[in-house]
Design a protein around this ligand. Structure first.
Ligand SMILES: [Fe+2]
Length: 245
């Protein structure tokens, strides 16, 4: 995700009126009093994320319709970006509320995690589409190192994905920063990933990613996905992480 510039030197900061205004007492505050209670809000809660555009022509994917991909990008990914912005802004508004129950704040923090996970994984998913599906380069070397050969890795990746069919989740070829290993990880939702897992290849297994084209036939969607993997992007991620052999 990217952060939209709000313009000017103060783009990294927005402002927030003190919680009394939220509690309905601002009507008794003078302009000077309101100005005195305006506090800076950290960039972390600016709620100014914007969707990343598709990096390929969705009409040219093999086995995945343009209608499906555009709907997925606009409604599910775009919806996650909007939701993350809304959550961040609510968090900002609550930072100065001394009476806020912790469990209410906890709900927002959970939503922050859910929406951030959705945005990050969707951006990885769309960016690793649009290729010819032919594995090559550093990641192919890593696959051979950790799985023996490409065929065994692909079979295990597909088996992991099929285990999520009919429901929701993600299948992720991941470099584990803690263990130093490369694995295919199963993720039940946007919050699930092996701790310290850095995504190299991301497959969306939510039904919204394939139902329009394949109904409940998730295995056909998985086959179509594999034909469109952009291995140049997958290799770029591996190179950026400087994964040792
Ligand atoms: Fe999705």
């Amino acid at each position: 995700m990217s952060i939209m510039a709000a313009g000017g030197a103060g783009a990294a900061l927005t402002t927030l009126v003190h919680s009394e205004s939220v509690n309905g007492r601002d009507s008794r505050m003078t302009t000077e009093e309101q100005a005195a209670t305006v506090i800076p809000v950290a960039r972390a809660f600016s709620g100014q994320h914007s969707p990343k555009p598709l990096t390929f022509d969705p009409a040219k994917l093999k086995g995945l319709s343009e209608k499906l991909v555009r709907s997925h990008w606009e409604n599910n990914y775009g919806g996650a970006v909007k939701a993350l912005n809304a959550v961040e802004q609510r968090i900002a508004a609550m930072l100065t509320d001394k009476d806020l129950p912790p469990y209410i704040y906890g709900d927002l923090k959970r939503e922050e995690l859910v929406r951030t996970g959705s945005v990050v994984l969707h951006e990885n998913y769309f960016a690793n589409l649009g290729g010819d599906g032919k594995a090559s380069g550093k990641v192919l070397d890593l696959i051979k190192q950790w799985f023996g050969n490409y065929e065994l890795w692909e079979a295990e990746f597909k088996k992991t994905a099929n285990a999520l069919s009919g429901g929701s989740g993600w299948t992720i070829l991941s470099y584990n920063l803690h263990t130093g290993e490369v694995h295919n990880y199963w993720a039940w939702d946007h919050m699930h990933n092996a701790p310290m897992g850095y995504p190299l290849l991301v497959l969306d297994m939510y039904e919204h990613a394939y139902h329009m084209d394949y109904g409940a036939a998730a295995a056909k969607y998985i086959d179509a996905f594999m034909q469109n993997v952009n291995w140049d992007e997958v290799n770029r991620r591996a190179e950026a992480m400087r994964i040792p052999k």
